[in-house]
Structures are given as C-alpha cells and as structure tokens.
Ligand binder design. Structure first.
Ligand SMILES: Nc1ncnc2c1ncn2[C@@H]1O[C@H](COP(=O)(O)OP(=O)(O)OP(=O)(O)O)[C@@H](O)[C@H]1O
Ligand SMILES: [Mg+2]
Length: 256
C-alpha cells in the first residue's frame, strides 16, 4: 500500500478548473517532483491534499486512511508536513519558538498540568526544546535559535520553515518551491539540507520546483502539470527528453 494515494482528483474555483483528474501514489521514503508553468495548479494540489481546500471530486488516502474533509491541522497531525511558496513565519518570534510551537499539536499534559506546572509538563517542555534544537541543527541554523525571524537572511528563514514543518514528525514533507528567490550559495545549501533531511529522517518528500536542476538532481520521479493536468510523468531522464515537457517550457528552462 502506498503511503499517499490521490485518485481522480479534480478541483474547480468557481468556473475555473484548476486541477483535473489528478493521480498520485507516493511510497515511504520516496522523493517526488511536481513541475509545470506558472498557474498550472501545483500549489493548488498541495492545498487540496493538505486540507486547505476540499477537492470537488476524488479521493486522498494517507496510509490507507481517507483524509478528505479533515482540517489542515488534523492532516498535519496525521503525518503531512509542509512549507509554503511565500514564507509564512511570524516576523517577531524567535527561531526556536517557531519550532517549539509546531510541536504543541502533539502535547499531552492538558490544561490542568499547564496551570499547575506539573513535573510531567516540565519534562515535556524539555523534550520539546531538545527536539526543536535537534531539528535546527539538522537544517544548519541551531546557532540562530534565539534570533527573531525578521533579523535573518532569506535563506535562513526558509530553513526555519523547514524545521517547523519537521517538528510535527511528518511521514511525508511537502516543499513548495523551497529554493525560490535564493542566490546560488543558498540554493546549494538548501539542496544539501533536503538530501540530509531525507536521509536522516527517512521520510518521503513531495517537491514543487521551478529550477530544473534542483528537481532533476533530487527526485526519483517527476510529474509535469499543464493547465491542471498531468501531461508527463517519469524519471528525470524521461522528463528531460519528453517533447510535451519541452514544449510546455518552450525548451528554455530544461537546461538550467
Ligand atoms: N483560492 C483561489 N481562488 C481562485 N482561483 C485560484 C485560487 N488559488 C489558485 N487559483 C487559480 O488556480 C490556478 C492554479 O494556481 P496555483 O497557484 O495552483 O498555480 P501554481 O502551479 O502553483 O503556479 P506558480 O508556479 O505561479 O506558483 C491559477 O489560475 C490560479 O489563479
Ligand atoms: Mg505555486
């Protein structure tokens, strides 16, 4: 059984058909890519699977269990973590607090414990902080734990989002254009981090990416979306040489 399975998913925004008859099957530990021109429907697919929108048609299962109709926080708790195309961080909150806060979804001590400060609460607080620091280490920004986000360079802010997405212990991580707006140095670092996260945590990754080099280097299989429909699916080599893909990109971006 696949970890994540999407069948015949279609979505309309009013009269606009944003996603049509979309199918996806991701196995544990696999790295998948999703490419396509601006407005093709890539982010909408992420938003449909993560519960921000409810698909007009189709089914989505995680570990065989239906997740259509669940709230985004419930889907996150079941094992889908994500980052956003446009950073969604609290500018004046510290790096460490971002990653700690994300873990409270799992916390058990409840209101009474929180109020009276029980030993269980203290132990859990410590565990949460330790885990947050571990994740910051993994994405290479542990030394920035006490900084507020607004003081950080862009590449580091992207890493905060990544650590926060990992804080819920996902089985699969969705990354929406994680290298957008990065300089070559930041880009190289981010690719290394994605590789490391994949290796160390053994999770599956579903990646939307505009830069062909990134998607080709990282992904085992890639889907190409045009006007909401998958027009090509295959290995990086199959995608690189597919005439339909080359046409969709006017032959330009494929080489970059
Ligand atoms: N909430 C919404 N309401 C109405 N239309 C929407 C909404 N979200 C997205 N769309 C439309 O759906 C289509 C797909 O948008 P989407 O953001 O999924 O594309 P994308 O492939 O992620 O593009 P990009 O590469 O620019 O990020 C676009 O035509 C967009 O304008
Ligand atoms: Mg998008």
């Amino acid at each position: 059984m696949a970890l994540l399975e999407v069948k015949d998913m279609t979505h309309y925004f009013g009269g606009l058909r944003a996603v049509y008859n979309y199918n996806l099957s991701i196995e544990k530990g696999e790295i998948r890519g999703l490419i396509g021109p601006n407005g093709a429907g890539k982010t909408t697919i992420f938003n449909l699977i993560t519960g921000i929108y409810r698909p007009s048609e189709g089914s989505i299962t995680l570990d065989g269990e239906n997740i259509v109709g669940l709230q985004p926080y419930q889907i996150a708790a079941k094992g889908i973590g994500r980052t956003f195309q446009n950073l969604q961080l609290w500018r004046h909150m510290s790096v460490l607090d971002h990653v700690k806060l994300a873990q409270y979804a799992k916390i058990r001590y409840g209101l009474v414990g929180a109020f009276f400060g029980t030993p269980l609460r203290h132990r859990q607080e410590q565990e949460i902080e330790d885990r947050a620091l571990e994740l910051l280490e993994l994405v290479g920004i542990r030394h920035l734990a006490d900084q507020v986000v607004t003081n950080l360079p862009y590449g580091a802010q992207r890493r905060v989002e990544m650590a926060r997405a990992l804080a819920t212990d996902p089985k699969i991580l969705f990354l929406d254009e994680p290298t957008v707006g990065m300089n070559p140095e930041e880009l190289k670092d981010m690719m290394e981090i994605i590789r490391q996260v994949h290796q160390e945590l053994g999770l599956a990754i579903f990646l939307i990416e505009h830069r062909m080099k990134v998607v080709m280097d990282l992904c085992e299989r890639i889907q190409t979306l045009v006007f909401g429909e998958v027009v090509a699916e295959g290995t990086p080599d199959e995608i690189r040489n597919n005439p339909v893909v080359i046409e969709a990109y006017l032959g330009k971006e494929i080489e970059t």
